[in-house]
Design a protein around this ligand. Structure first.
Ligand code: PAF
Length: 281
């Protein structure tokens, strides 16, 4: 396994491999790898000839007062996990190479970035789509893997790839959960023991919502009220948003159908957690 930090070297390596007819699988991350990332790497390993993992805590997708400085980092542990997962190249550029002095170009997807996490975190998706476009240009993947946990991010990236005619396939993979159903996230490491316990209300609320939806003919508002009650019953939680949206337009839905996704963002203590799931099979 190779570690490359130079943007130029990474791009040259990829162009050479592609000229030799190799298919490149790509898993972009911000590091602090967990089982969710490993599931992406495993699928990447299965689907391409070569597997590239990027580790870059992207400053432009964090707002003022967010956790950019505190975001957990452990390159050594990540490299060990990556080697075990069969990664060929870790690309870990410094921010000064990704955003050198004079940097002035941005990729912006409109509409679907203005709701949900986009409403709570203005500018977040502009940072994501910009860095992901740059990474695609540098790594030149044939196929890139993202987790369904960041459902809106995946929807936005799929839209960008279609709209900008980017020549690669985007694959979304299921949320990986802890044994007690908490969705895996690098940010779970921020939770104290009581917060970690109360954080279970997110996945429980999703399960309850699915049960209600399965009864048929249920209004979205009824499900949202039930879910809101479950979450507000916990004293360490604060709801950022709770929405039932259409899976691709991300518009609010009045009635539940096969396209309905429940999306939640909840602060548990100071940690903002997200989770989501389809309401009907
Ligand atoms: O999901 C993430 O970890 C990040 O948003 C991504 C896609 C690596 C872009 O920085």
């Amino acid at each position: 396994m190779k570690t490359i930090i130079s943007v130029k070297e990474m791009q040259q390596w990829s162009l050479q491999q592609k000229a030799a007819g190799k298919q490149i699988s790509f898993v972009p991350t911000m590091g602090f790898l967990h089982a969710g990332h490993l599931s992406l790497l495993e699928e990447g390993r299965n689907q391409g000839d070569l597997l590239v993992l990027s580790i870059f805590v992207n400053p432009t997708q964090f707002g003022v007062g967010e956790d950019f400085e505190d975001y957990p980092r452990d390159l050594k542990a990540d490299a060990e996990l990556a080697a075990k997962a069969g990664v060929d190249v870790i690309f870990a550029p410094p921010a000064t190479q990704m955003y050198p002095q004079g940097y002035a170009s941005w990729v912006d997807v409109e509409g679907i970035t203005e709701v949900l996490c986009g409403a709570s975190r203005p500018g977040h998706f502009r940072g994501v789509t910009t860095v992901v476009s740059k990474l695609f240009n540098i790594v030149q993947p044939d196929i890139a893997f993202f987790g369904n946990k960041d459902f809106q991010q995946l929807t936005v990236i799929k839209r960008m790839v279609i709209d900008l005619n980017m020549p690669l396939e985007i694959v979304g993979l299921p949320i990986v959960r802890e044994a007690d159903n908490l969705a895996m996230s690098s940010r779970n490491s921020y939770l104290s023991a009581p917060e970690r316990f109360q954080a279970l209300c997110l996945s429980r609320a999703l399960a309850h919502a699915r049960q209600l939806a399965a009864q048929g003919g249920v209004k979205a508002s009824e499900v949202l009220n039930a879910v809101r009650e479950m979450i507000t019953a916990k004293d360490l939680t604060r709801i950022d948003y709770l929405k039932i949206c259409h899976q691709s337009s991300l518009l609010d839905q009045e009635f539940i159908d096969a396209d309905s996704v429940l999306l939640l963002a909840v602060y548990v203590g100071k940690t903002r957690l997200i989770d989501n799931g389809f309401l009907l099979d």
